[in-house]
Design a protein around this ligand. Sequence first.
Ligand code: ADP
Ligand code: MG
Length: 243
Amino acid sequence: MTNLLEVQHLEKTFGEHQVLKDINLQVEPGEVLSIIGSSGSGKSTLLRCINLLEQPTNGVIQFHGENILTPKFDVATYRAKVGMVFQSFNLFNNLNVLQNCTVGQTTVLHRDAITAKKIALEQLEKVGMAPYVNAKPAQLSGGQMQRVGIARAVSMSPEILLFDEPTSALDPEMVDDVLDSMRALAHTGLTMILVTHEMAFARDISDHVVFMDQGVIAEEGTAEQIFSHPQEERTQAFLKRYL
Ligand code: ADP
Ligand code: MG
């Protein structure tokens, strides 16, 4: 099978500080890949390189076999196909819930307003946020905002959806609703790359797991391999903290 996304020898340096070192990974269509690792290990930077919020220093990122880092690559089209759900939600505070989920569709994808509204409502329904279409983000709980963030991202019909610690900013009682929404999405066959500290959840939904340590992939494998039979001492020490 052709990989949807392939990262080869990726490096990212900020000033003197090399944050990503020789990162290699592949994501097949429909796969859920989880990235775990300590704070500062480079997980967010890797996601941000994948969606070109950061420009990699070296290496290759292929999407459908095409290198996205060449000057002639159509970055705008690519960005529309690669969605992102942020730890801090990043909703538009001046727009209501429905508008948050339609604005990208109409401006970036040029969908007509009726189609955009229909798609947004379908996605808001799936995350249990349809009753809140007229609410502004400030009126919502963190868990509700994040479910809107997910609905907004999915409304763009992404080919791949990136999540950067989507539940880390939430009160504990709100985490499960968000994880349930993500689990349902994974079951639709959407390709997902997930940075998370929710180990039980990652173990449950991931096809593949990458453990990062100090800018390198220290170990990778199936969820079973990484969580039940980690080979590297660094992985074992990291996972012990979550038992
Ligand atoms: P993680 O998401 O695993 O916590 P990050 O990717 O956020 O790790 O950060 C990895 C390292 O890169 C950290 O040491 C961080 O300080 C550094 N870093 C991240 N972004 C920048 C930036 N824009 N400028 C300088 N250093 C950065
Ligand atoms: Mg991070």
